[in-house]
Design a protein around this ligand. Structure first.
Ligand code: BTN
Length: 242
């Protein structure tokens, strides 16, 4: 089934990711769960995700056959968001490793991928997408986050945006995932990253620890950085400070 062929929509729900995970067995691959608001939306590291009315909050279900690496689905969706926004004439759209979408260095969208297993076998991958569209940005986040509406100064239709995103996700899935061409997907994803190999960056790790260094290599699932003292670190997850 194509992405977006089956859309389950709600005016309010706890979390579209949670719904997708709880109902995974009866949701065909490509299903989209969409809600106008979420009462318990969550982001990476279990953080609460503000999901008031006006934003685009949805999850896509994948039941992989060939490529089963969750990261590849995160990349597919991240690239789809960037390409769709560029197509809608937004400028300076970048991916902040690992999975934030920025416009002019402010976060406009986040992606949360969750893999669901029974024992060792993968039942499915749920990719949750949160995009600030016409919603208010809470005051405490205004320095670091923005919405499509405030960038463009006009109201943006959620249906239209969702439709375009689903088409783009499906196109990239066909082009790269189904054919096992993820090497090319990684290349495309790297092109849209907010930084590249050779740049100096600071990453904050989980326990308030921060490391600064030069990016040696960007892999699809980790970031290799070289610190001033020559030590090389392989970072799998963390928060980049721009
Ligand atoms: C992040 O930046 O930490 C990822 C945020 C992901 C939020 C989306 S909104 C739709 C879906 N349902 C959730 O509860 N979370 C994701």
């Amino acid at each position: 089934m194509m992405v977006g062929e089956n859309v389950v929509s709600f005016s309010e729900i706890d979390s579209t990711n949670r719904f997708a995970i709880d109902n995974l067995d009866r949701l065909p691959s490509g299903s989209v769960i969409w809600s106008l608001s979420q009462t318990e939306g969550y982001g990476r590291h279990g953080r609460a995700w503000y999901s008031g009315k006006g934003g685009l909050w949805f999850s896509v279900v994948f039941k992989p056959t060939l490529i089963k690496e969750p990261n590849e689905y995160t990349k597919t969706v991240s690239v789809a968001i960037v390409e769709t926004l560029l197509q809608l004439d937004f400028k300076s759209v970048r991916i902040k490793w690992p999975n934030d979408i920025l416009i002019s260095n402010k976060k406009v969208a986040g992606v949360l991928t969750e893999a669901v297993f029974t024992g060792n076998s993968l039942n499915g991958i749920v990719v949750g997408i949160g995009i600030n569209v016409n919603n208010e940005i809470p005051a405490e986040l205004k320095k670091i986050a923005t919405s499509l509406n405030s960038v463009k100064g006009t109201y943006i239709s959620l249906e239209l945006l969702l439709g375009k995103l689903n088409k783009r996700i499906e196109l990239l899935r066909k082009r790269y995932i189904i054919r096992g061409k993820n090497k090319y997907l990684t290349r495309l994803w790297k092109k849209h990253l907010a930084f590249s190999e050779g740049d100096e960056i600071t990453v904050s790790l989980h326990k308030e620890e921060k490391v600064t260094g030069i990016i040696k290599r960007i892999n699809s699932s980790s970031l290799q950085i070289e610190r001033e003292d020559g030590e090389i670190l392989d970072i799998k997850s963390g928060e980049l400070i721009l």
